[in-house]
Design a protein around this ligand. Structure first.
Ligand SMILES: [Zn+2]
Length: 299
């Protein structure tokens, strides 16, 4: 089982799928394959699938256990969901054993106390809901769901997220609106502490109101970084935004500031889609950065 500890917080990974994802030249408009030659660890099979020429892409939730709390950060893609955009065929009508993997962690859906969506994209809100007959119902009926106040407003604004990404409408309809209608959603502001040692900070650029979740516990720190970077190769190329970043310039500045913060504070980074071992540290190399994958992330 994937497991580590940050201070008094246990961190587990609940996998939905781990497969080749996008061609890097599609995901990153500025892609240059030279990066694989300069940094051979990026060409290893855990990060790059030579056969397909695609980047390895993980879909997972991060689970935090602290005290009586069971917290899920992001909820992957979900089952039974119609995803009509051609780029999202990988997420269309899935039948993944995600809840079985949750059970392997000793957790039933009704045990989850808190769900946090770093942002409201297709691959971060899917398990917010599940299909019950012909209705979408909350997967975690006893949880509060935390969403960024700015992020939700952005998707409610006709000039906001849907203008750039109209394919988000079906995502909101089946994975966001039902938990709001069930009265389970609390909105959170940037820099708010929601439990002792657990807070959120702004990571704008990928979406307007994207959040990082921050742990500070017993002198250790960690950041759950949503899609501030999709792939470890961006640690070496912080100016490569993905094609799904709404504001690439802002996303680049956010990414660079995040790596500076992580390097200076020795915060462990938990991105949403990195291949094995799925988490790591960033260190400074002069003006640049280096990615140090986490070792010993099992028990
Ligand atoms: Zn994502």
């Amino acid at each position: 089982m994937w497991w580590t500890q940050v201070g008094d917080v246990e961190v587990l990974r609940v996998e939905e799928m781990l497969t080749p994802g996008f061609d890097p030249a599609f995901l990153f408009p500025d892609y240059d394959p030279e990066v694989l030659l300069q940094h051979p660890q990026l060409a290893q099979p855990n990060f790059f699938d030579q056969a397909s020429g695609k980047l390895m892409s993980s879909m997972h939730s991060w689970m935090l256990r602290v005290g009586r709390h069971v917290i899920l950060i992001d909820t992957a893609c979900g089952n039974d969901k119609v995803r009509s955009h051609p780029a999202f065929q990988r997420f269309h009508m899935l039948h993944m054993p995600f809840l079985d993997r949750l059970a392997e962690c000793g957790v039933r859906p009704e045990d989850v106390t808190l769900v946090i969506n770093t942002h409201l994209h297709v691959d971060h809100v899917g398990w917010n809901t599940r299909l019950d007959g012909d209705r979408w119902v909350p997967t975690f009926p006893n949880a509060r769901y935390l969403m960024g106040r700015a992020e939700l407003a952005h998707w409610r604004d006709p000039q906001g997220g849907l203008r750039v990404h109209p394919m988000g409408a079906e995502v909101l309809a089946d994975s966001v609106d039902p938990v709001i209608d069930a009265g389970l959603v609390d909105l959170i502001d940037f820099n708010e502490e929601f439990l002792p040692g657990l807070s959120v900070q702004a990571l704008g650029g990928h979406t307007e109101g994207q959040l990082a979740v921050r742990i500070q516990s017993q002198g250790q720190s960690a950041l759950f970084t949503g899609d501030a970077f999709h792939q470890p190769m961006q640690v070496y190329r912080p100016d490569w935004s993905s094609r799904f970043c709404e504001r690439p310039e802002q996303a680049n500045a956010t990414r660079r500031a995040l790596f500076e913060q992580a390097a200076d504070s020795h915060a462990l980074l938990f991105p949403a889609h990195a291949g094995k071992p799925h988490a790591g540290h960033v260190t400074r190399r002069g003006e640049a950065f280096s990615f140090e994958p986490l070792e010993n992330s099992t028990r």
